[in-house]
Design a protein around this ligand. Structure first.
Ligand code: ZN
Length: 104
């Protein structure tokens, strides 16, 4: 999957802040990290701006979305329809676990 195809699918909007950018300011982010078995298929790739990608850093997506409610809302509104259901389910389970842990 080419970068431009991912950007185009997401209409050049960052899936975390929801802002629209030029292609030069955008990066392709893996929903499931490569080191955790994520591949480079369309359902595992989303558009992220440089600033959001830098803030996310090496954090797991569930932790990042848990810490940033805006990113969470934008991600589920923009990216969820394109992400493989299996990956989305794992993400939702991770988020639910984080919520249970922090509400104790
Ligand atoms: Zn962003």
């Amino acid at each position: 999957m080419r970068r431009e195809q991912i950007f185009s699918r997401d209409d050049y909007h960052c899936v975390y802040c929801g802002e629209q950018f030029e292609a030069e300011a955008l990066t392709v982010d893996h929903v499931q990290p490569r080191m955790r078995g994520g591949d480079r298929s369309a359902g595992n790739l989303v558009t992220a701006c440089g600033a959001c990608n830098a803030r996310k850093g090496d954090a797991r997506l569930a932790h990042f979305l848990h810490a940033e409610p805006v990113a969470r809302k934008e991600f589920f509104a923009r990216a969820a329809p394109h992400v493989w259901p299996r990956i989305l389910r794992t993400l939702e389970e991770d988020l639910e676990r984080l919520e249970r842990e922090t509400s104790r």
